[in-house]
Design a protein around this ligand. Structure first.
Ligand code: 2AM
Ligand code: CA
Length: 273
């Protein structure tokens, strides 16, 4: 599908190319699950992840040779252009992918002068391409997106992410979850932070919060939510999304309420500074 911006064309083309490999690997996984050792599928997914990252790096660098990259698997690749940097998650929702659950995505953001400027999140199995560029709106498969219009917490459906093995803040998360589930219409946890943000932009979720994500999980989704008319902040309502403050996104009507619920359950370090 053609987009009006050359930048979004570059980003969507790279995502589509990398997704071809992911879809092929996702199809082959089922075969693998029944055979070999316990470690087999996890190694296979890790290879799929790295292959996706290589394709994205090659495509983005071919199109914009001077831009640097920050990538989940291989880290930082500085470029000669100090204003523009790609921030890339080659497979968000890895655990879903490993378990044969078709809810995973590729997330590509362009950061300009330190701020997320454009975002593409592609979910290959349902073939949903979310795109946004600062000042020009957010789109899903060419259709304009708008965050939800719900104003009451009781009617709102929220999404979150559960801290995984190895993270110490399970108690904190459970208190946040308790506060939100007690007053809302429901809470979902589908396991791809990039898609969670894209779904807030699409008005499917009324809001989303998660502790401790990385830049590649959220940079593209932040542009999508903002361009769809929503608000994104850290958990305390500030701007520390990329420096450990967590992320919280919703429509403008519910933003303060969600911050209040999460904060009431768990004074967050970002709130104190
Ligand atoms: P990933 O699939 O790219 O790892 C879900 O809560 C979010 O947390 C997903 O976006 C997922 O991204 C991320 N996540 C899950 N397990 C993780 C881990 N072990 N380390 C870092 N991020 C993780
Ligand atoms: Ca991720």
């Amino acid at each position: 599908m053609a987009y009006r911006s050359p930048l979004l064309n570059v980003m969507t083309a790279a995502a589509l190319k990398a997704a071809k490999g992911l879809v092929r690997d996702f199809g082959e996984l089922e075969q693998l699950q029944v055979s070999v050792s316990k470690k087999g599928p996890a190694d296979f997914v890790s290879r799929a992840d790295h292959r996706s990252e290589s394709v994205l790096r090659a495509e983005l660098t071919k199109a914009r040779p001077t831009y640097g990259l920050l990538m989940e698997e291989s880290g930082l690749h500085p470029g000669s252009d100090t204003s523009n940097r790609w921030v890339v998650d080659p497979l968000d929702g890895t655990t879903n992918f490993l378990h044969g659950i078709p809810h995973f995505s590729i997330s590509i953001a362009l950061e300009r002068d330190g701020e997320p400027y454009a975002g593409v999140i592609y979910s290959p199995i349902p073939d949903e391409m979310f795109v946004a560029e600062k000042g020009t709106g957010a789109f899903l498969n060419g259709r304009r997106l708008r965050v939800s219009g719900r104003r009451n917490v009781e009617e709102a459906l929220f999404a979150t992410g559960i801290p995984f093995l190895g993270l110490a803040n399970h108690g904190l998360f459970l208190r946040q979850l308790g506060a939100v589930m007690a007053v809302s219409s429901g809470v979902r946890r589908y396991g791809s932070a990039a898609l969670d943000l894209a779904w807030v932009a699409a008005g499917r979720y009324d809001g989303f919060w998660e502790n401790g994500l990385n830049a590649w999980d959220i940079a593209a989704g932040i542009v999508l939510v903002r361009e769809a008319g929503g608000f994104v902040s850290d958990l305390a309502g500030g701007r520390k999304m990329f420096t450990g403050g967590g992320v919280l996104a919703s429509n403008t009507a519910l933003h303060e309420s969600l911050i209040g619920l999460v904060a009431q359950a768990s004074p967050h370090p970002a709130a104190a500074s």
